[in-house]
Write a protein that binds this ligand. Structure first.
Ligand code: AMP
Length: 206
């Protein structure tokens, strides 16, 4: 929880369900490991359930959802029902080759979920998290065979969302080269500019 609002990652919720071996987790696991998308019905249902919890009343950040036009439409319906307005949709953009290098080198702490990279951001002690000492692991879907399936799924199912949100005036495109801190800073700056511009428009129209 940063910025005082929850970070909702559908991928993390699915992985957690897999670790706990719930029926949902077991059903999703093999698709996730292969790098395929989990069904729209399942993912939209878990996102809807999460957004309805009280800690989302002041806002939330969705990470990795929606990933298809069908999911974007269910999200739209859900938000309209709840009277929630989307502020912005961020698309992080990076050349294909760099995405592959980032995913293939990613290592995650099994305890606190901190993320490292074996070349760009190695931990101080190999294989262990700097923050909590937990063991680092490589996600099954960060292996080369799964990465290419994920990128295909992105091109086929997720890329059309760019136009979907562009048309609605919600898209913020952020170049994702650089360190996590730099990318975070650029994102905040872009969101701030967007907010300033939209309040300017409101004042002028008023
Ligand atoms: P992530 O942690 O966001 O990279 O997601 C990991 C995996 O979880 C994806 O490759 C999919 O298999 C599954 N997943 C997460 N979010 C979604 C979604 N919105 N739609 C379909 N599958 C998803």
């Amino acid at each position: 929880m940063e910025f005082g609002i929850p970070h909702i990652s559908t991928g993390e919720m699915l992985r957690e369900a897999g670790r706990k071996q719930t029926p949902l987790g077991l059903a999703a696991q093999s698709r996730m490991d292969r790098g395929e998308l989990v069904s729209d019905e399942v993912v939209s249902a878990i996102a809807a359930e999460r957004i309805a919890r009280p800690d989302c009343a002041r806002g939330f950040i969705l990470d990795g959802f929606p990933r298809t036009l069908t999911q974007a439409e269910s999200l739209q319906t859900l938000l309209e029902e709840e009277g929630i307005v989307l502020d912005a949709v961020i698309s992080y953009e990076l050349p294909f080759k760099e995405i592959v290098a980032r995913l293939a080198g990613r290592r995650t702490c099994e305890k606190c979920k901190a993320v490292y990279h074996d070349k760009e951001r190695p931990p101080k002690v190999a294989g262990h998290c700097d923050k909590c000492g937990g063991k680092l692991f490589q996600r099954e879907d960060d292996r080369p065979e799964s990465i290419s399936v994920r990128l295909e799924a992105y091109n086929r199912s997720t890329a059309p969302l760019i136009e979907f949100y562009q048309k609605r005036g919600l898209l913020v495109q952020v170049e994702a080269a650089g360190s996590p801190d730099q990318i975070c800073e650029t994102t905040l700056r872009r969101l701030e500019t967007r907010r300033a511009e939209s309040s300017y428009v409101t004042v002028r129209e008023f």
